[in-house]
Design a protein. Structure first.
Length: 139
């Protein structure tokens, strides 16, 4: 398990398996929620009249269903269950697509700087989860 270890007040080092560390999983969950929120906000801003709530609810709902349905069996960062099992590389592509669409929707909604920062946080998260990425590619 990769852990961020405090060596001294100003020095950190990584041990193995950060991808399934509880703090990293909590960050990932918050990133997922923020992405779904960005999708809903984008949907609200795109539609008018009755289409507005349909897009605001429907777009994030469709992405959430895909996110929860297609999974790699025994993924240590999830419950382990996979309603529709898929290869790890395909799951990685799905995740990158999910987060990229969220960043793009933030940007298109006029939130350029928050979208850019959100994208950077996602990249840092995936860099810290390198062990999970390697695991997904090997599946």
């Amino acid at each position: 398990m990769t852990k961020l270890i405090l060596v001294s007040p100003f020095t950190f080092r990584f041990s193995n398996k950060m991808g399934s560390h509880p703090l990293n999983l909590a960050i990932r969950f918050l990133l997922e929620l923020a992405t779904l929120y960005a999708m809903g906000f984008w949907g609200w801003r795109q539609g008018e009249g009755w289409l507005r709530p349909v897009l605001a609810i429907g777009v994030p709902l469709l992405f959430a269903i895909a996110w929860g349905t297609f999974a790699v069996p025994d993924d240590p960062s999830r419950s382990g269950g996979a309603p529709v099992p898929i290869p790890g590389l395909l799951r990685l592509v799905l995740e990158l697509l999910f987060f990229s669409v969220g960043v793009l929707m933030m940007y298109q909604s006029g939130y350029h700087t928050p979208g850019f920062i959100f994208g950077i946080v996602i990249i840092v998260h995936y860099m810290a989860s390198y062990d999970r990425i390697v695991w997904l590619i090997q599946q």
